[in-house]
Ligand binder design. Sequence first.
Ligand code: ZN
Length: 655
Amino acid sequence: MENLWNDTEAGKQQDILAERVYSSRLLGANPNLVLHGGGNTSVKGVSKNIFGENEGTLFVKGSGSDLATIEAKDFVAVRLETMQKLSRLESLSDIDMARELKLASLDPNAPAPSVEAILHALIPYRFVDHTHADAIVAITNTADGGARIREIYGDEVVVLPYVMPGFDLAKLCAEVIPDLVKPRTIGMVLMNHGIFSFGATAKESYERMIALVGRAEDYLNKNAPLVPAAAIEHAANWFELPELRKKVSAAAGFPMLLRSNAGSATLAFARQPNIADISQRGPATPDHVIRTKRLPMFGRDVDAYAQAYKDYFEKNSKQAKQPLTMLDPAPRVIIDAEFGLISAGRTARDTQIVEDIYLHTQDIILRGEMLGGYRALGEAELFSMEYWDLEQAKLKKAGAPKAFAGEVALVTGAASGIGRACVQSFLNRGAAVVGVDVNPAVVSLHGTRADYLGIAANLTSLEAVKGLLEQTIRHYGGLDMLVLNAGIFPGGKKISALADDEWRKVMAINLDSNLAMMREAHPLLKAAPRYGRVVVIGSKNVPAPGPGAAAYSASKAALTQLARVAALEWGADAIRINLVHPNAVFDTGIWTEEVLAQRAAHYGMTIGEYKRNNVLHEEVSSKDVAELTAEMCGVLFSKITGAQIPIDGGNDRVI
Ligand code: ZN
């Protein structure tokens, strides 16, 4: 395990909180120690209150932050004395504890302190580091895990049995304080959960963590060495995945995204001879159940999975003190011999997190098997984590999801103008968006974010169309909304001078490629959980053509007719297809200031007058068209298909 400590960097930190931030980030930088918000850290110091008195203070990670990116403001200052007093209570429910932790905070606007705050307060060292290190979890999730931990660490760590994080765990820790202060003790292992290290300085605590986990890794490398899987070529038919997504979404009761990982490691794992057994023993650590559910789905029988989940809820919820709200019974992890690892979620970010967690889980399971058998906690313990009071309270507080949460939109011509604005409008509504353009800039136009996939492709190639749909499926599981926007507008040319080549080029891009997109996307749209929607970006030139634009006008008119026929043919599949006819949208690439000035002068107008030369005297922007396009995929248009809507500020030839 690599020690990332750098004395020069550490020396730049101004105070203990800055040091705490520095070394927390070092932990967060290693996914084998800390994954997506797991783990927490603290430091004990002093703060001055409004009366000018010094108060012992625990600065502990607030909930919702991630050690990899944590900042000083993400640490909550809580009264140390109150923490210690709370630990002496006989019992305390988790809801009451969460309230008391908030009350003990020195800033009412700070995030909620970690549920492990009391435990951190009790550990009699200034710096406390806690991770869910893979190596510790792998070793403790075996039949003789406790003995192995003893063998590795001797009396240098205190070992606690598994207890749910929160008040009970803090109470248990209070009992072992005499062991924690022994000179040889440098850490504490929590079975099936993780490890604590502590020290007088940030460096001491961090380096102990690295040393302790490093010893566990060495033990694993000797006794359960992981060999990289041999290269496996996947042979999945990805066009079957949208059907699976439809079933998963039906079980959930809302649309879900599916993300696939068909790397050699996941395929090899999915093809383990005993996969049906080892995949069904439970998660590596209980805090994963909130993201991954207790068990992955092995195979494709979603109904059976959902029924088993309902049975599990029925059986275990009987023990609960108050009525529980059942979570949706859809799987979050699917293991499939052809697709490899599939992760499901309401947002692209969720699917990415689930995938990361399970990639680590696979290795932990394989190593557990080499150590005599992977084991997880029992069903009841995992259930109490999944249906923890604090998690149930979160559910009640959660607001309504965004309009297109769990859905996928594909926009062509997405690198500029209306297409680019459409991408933003769909992202804003919670969709995962695939932006396609012949311009390679489309790939990095929105930075790196899980909910955007940019693909550079030439839509006049059928292979390219099929390829980009396959990429869409592998990233997000299917397609719900298609925006056909790509097109070209060649310079004005009279019919008398229009060459066959130019005519064919305009038709190939503005018409033929859209036929290919529609035909190839049809099975995906048909399998969309809330049914497919298509919006075609037409043109004012369809109802009101102008001289000098024969090829463009004819291509858009033919495209309109194609869309109208699709509306008739696809109604039986509940796919809606509507058109917008924009005009005079000037914030696009083709309208430079120079061209605008020329056109305005041609009509004897100012640029402003020229831009608003319509019935309403309103300027029409790309964003206006994009927002209308997105709304046409929403509930407002749920009973409309085959419609054509002009968006042009009112045009007397169209009206
Ligand atoms: Zn923990």
